[in-house]
Ligand binder design. Sequence first.
Ligand code: PMP
Length: 402
Amino acid sequence: MSARREDFPLLVNNPGLHYLDSAATSQKPRAVLDAMRDYYERDNANPHRGAYDLSARATERYHDARVRIAKFIGLQDSDCLVFTRGTTEALNLVATAWGGANVQPGDEIVVTGLEHHANFVPWQQLARAKGASLRICPVTTDGRIDLEQLKGMLGERTRVVAFSHVSNALGTINPVTEIARAAHAVGALAICDGAQGTPHLPVSFDALGLDAYAFSGHKMCGPMGIGGLAATRALLESMPPYQFGGDMIEIVGDERSTWNALPHKFEAGTPNVADAIGLAAACEYLDGIGMAQVRTHELALLGRAQDALLAIDGVTVYGPGVNDRSGVLSFTLEGVHPHDLATILDQQGVCIRAGHHCAQPLMRRLAVPATARASFYVYSTEEDVAALAAGVARAKEIFSNF
Ligand code: PMP
């Protein structure tokens, strides 16, 4: 795949920029920006409400966006895709709506030590509120979920296993199907945080055997403010609503109300139509490249970047081998704090992330307070890799003079 930099106006407008923070958020291709603008310029109205043609067009475009995005994540029944603001809201939705109705004192909730706070804190708080216990599956020293220990933790009190498809901090790709099977074997739900899965790997929700899968549009070339929860019909129908208001009701009596059909039951209020349309355009864009190609491109850059950094004395890379990671390179340089490293790289136009990556439980387990993280995507190039390696070498040089 030739690098797609020219499809991304921000990268075109910033020629010297080496954007290596796509695990935090991706840049947006022109096709996504155009689709959103087109919606606002031609079809914008409040959907589901107006008795006029313009509103019907907005409704249709919102519906079509849902169908397109569901197809991208391999979910055949698009009514089982609930739009949310992103992964965080999707996971809070399940923890609150399902957990509030189903978790009892003495139950067990299993998460892993690899999780982003978005897939950790909602479960921790649910456990606290319900008198359930939160069990945290250990990670191996190379940053994988310890599967044997996970299986040993599951039992008849386990109600849910919440785990990530791909770690944002290390890039570790987890065996989703195997974990889902183990959860189901004890009658627990399998809930997966797919924030780093959908942007980088081909995903088929229907084939993964999960109960629910959460994702964010902004990490996969789409706009900020839209994402989703894909779930089985059985789970969505069994859960009470998460929020109340317009659109999500069927009949509102003085004393009680009934709920609209899926997916509307979980989408209270005016929906985020333009961002859904933008995300559908992002799915179209990524499918146009081919997710297998996206993966191949990232893996090639990751391998080169890792070799280049490991050639610098004092660099440590965290996580499993490159083939078991998404395009994430989490590393430290001896004697240089990751924040200083990020500042020096920034002076050379290289954007990386430094810190705990919203995964403090993981950083405690790895016994590192912070790492530097470079992450690659469809528009990343060999030049970006070279600039990263040169920047790290420069940081080493600067700090060796102290
Ligand atoms: N989980 C993972 C693995 C993530 O990388 C992120 C984003 N950093 C989230 C959850 C939260 O996503 P969002 O902020 O888009 O809701």
